[in-house]
Design a protein around this ligand. Structure first.
Ligand code: 4AD
Ligand code: MG
Length: 430
């Protein structure tokens, strides 16, 4: 049975025979020796091939092939402080499985080049570390919801109406009609709480975002939840439990990867519940005091979020936004109907919004009035309106941008590094 590199990098394996399978990460010929740094999904290790120990043909081939050639080898582990990961394998048998010549990616390639060659760049140690963190984030999210009694469910991706406003809808031809790609599964989750009470989904959402920022994708992974009988505060409590649970898991499982990415681990370790809750009104004051050009009633754009959250070192909930700047479905505050019972969760360090959520309007008259104010036709949303006719209940929900969350947790400069194949205004390849 072959080993993986990570497991052999310890003193217990010194002097033991191992079998490894992987790809050439670096290679160097020194006289009758070839030094190969082998990589697999787990780590890298230096392997030394001595000419006299293997058939001449194989040595010649090894000398010729380039980085990213795939290999299987057998050898004995030795401690070697000068080797990149502290151990070395003395090779006794080796075979080239799939040769690689002139691998297009070398040092100093531009960002555009790496994006065009993402299918090859995903092999890089940097992407490997990011993808592992992403895996743990998704895994921990599912863990959280299952433990909390949320049922996993799915909504459709082809839809006929907007959830988050018409300006970012993608239109798709559909057998002579037009439909859209969904912006959010929220309304479908709202229907499902009448059966399951607490539901969640992890699915793509689509936004025809014309803005080019560090935080916008046109297709992103959206974790959304909805719960019957929940008010705004109940939902925020679940969300902070969820965020803290996921961060804990990432710290348990992915320290090595965070270190590789030079992430400030201490900042993540210091994140504690409860998160600060700040009303929108207070946020505007805070922003103005810190030199951000913004007025009461303005929505926060990417630049404002960056400027504001640079002053945060933990996530902060912003609540009670003016109703005009959020979609029609949010429940107006009975104490002051000019503001709504909603929340955004802003990640610190300049990252900004990662969650949008809140309490939904559950009274029919209020919903119809808000739709009229926004110029929406209730017939287009007949099924959404129906929910307020047949046994309506208070309920709340939220949407977490998974790519944005990974972007922040991993401390990346741009969201496009947080997802294997980013889709942006200019990029649909590979
Ligand atoms: O704030 P948004 O638009 O809220 C909704 O879609 C609600 N219907 C969710 C709900 O309550 N069920 O989007 C939610 C989150 C944002 O906070 C952000 O993290 C992410 O989705 N998001 C994007 N991520 C990447 N690229 C984009 N273009 C995004 N737009 C939103
Ligand atoms: Mg939002």
């Amino acid at each position: 049975m072959a080993q993986q590199i990570e497991e052999i990098l310890n003193d217990e394996f010194v002097g033991k025979k191992v079998e490894l399978r992987g790809w050439i990460y670096r290679k160097r010929r020194v006289g009758k020796l070839i030094f190969i740094v082998l990589r697999d999904s787990t780590d890298i290790v230096q392997c030394v091939v001595e000419k006299r120990k293997i058939p001449e043909e194989t040595f010649k081939l090894l000398d010729k092939v380039g980085v990213e050639s795939s290999l299987v080898l057998k050898g004995t582990v030795r401690k070697e402080e000068r080797a990149p990961t502290g151990y070395e394998v003395d090779v006794e048998e080796i075979a080239v499985v799939g040769p690689s010549y002139n691998f297009p990616i070398s040092k100093d390639k531009s960002d555009e080049f790496l994006l065009d060659n993402r299918h090859l760049w995903v092999r890089s140690r940097e992407m490997n570390a990011i993808l592992k963190i992403r895996h743990t984030v998704f895994k921990a999210l599912h863990e959280f919801f299952r433990d909390r009694g949320y049922y996993e469910t799915q909504g459709p991706m082809f839809v006929t109406g907007a959830v988050e406003g018409g300006s970012t809808l993608f239109e798709v031809p559909y057998f002579g009609k037009k439909v859209y790609l969904t912006q959010s599964s929220q309304f479908y989750l709202e229907t499902l709480i009448f059966s399951l009470e607490k539901v969640y989904t992890v699915a793509p959402s689509f936004r025809a975002e014309k803005s080019r920022t560090r935080r916008h994708l046109t297709e992103y992974w959206h974790a959304e939840a909805e719960a019957a009988w929940y008010h705004n505060d109940d939902m925020m409590r679940d969300e902070e439990d969820m965020i803290v649970h996921i961060i804990q898991r990432v710290l348990e499982e992915r320290k090595k990867e965070l270190k590789y990415l030079n992430r400030d681990i201490e900042l993540l370790q210091n994140i504690e519940k409860p998160f600060e809750r700040m009303r929108y009104e207070k946020l505007i004051n805070f922003a103005q005091e810190h030199g951000v050009n913004i007025e009461y009633g303005d929505d926060l754009g990417a630049d404002e979020e960056t400027a504001i959250t640079k002053h945060f070192n933990a996530p902060v909930f912003i609540t009670h936004y003016p109703r005009e700047i959020k979609p029609f479905y949010h429940r107006p505050d009975p104490d002051n109907p000019n503001v709504i019972l909603c929340h955004d969760l802003l990640a610190p360090e300049g990252y900004g919004e990662i969650i949008g959520g809140g309490e939904r309007i559950y009274k029919l008259e209020v919903l119809l009035q808000r739709m009229e104010e926004e110029g929406l036709n209730p017939e287009d949303y007949y099924w959404y309106v129906d929910l307020r006719k047949y046994g309506s209940v208070p309920h709340a929900g939220f949407g977490l941008g998974m790519d944005r969350f990974v972007w922040w947790i991993a401390g990346l400069s741009h969201i496009k590094y947080a997802i294997p194949y980013p889709r942006t205004i200019r990029r649909t390849k590979p």
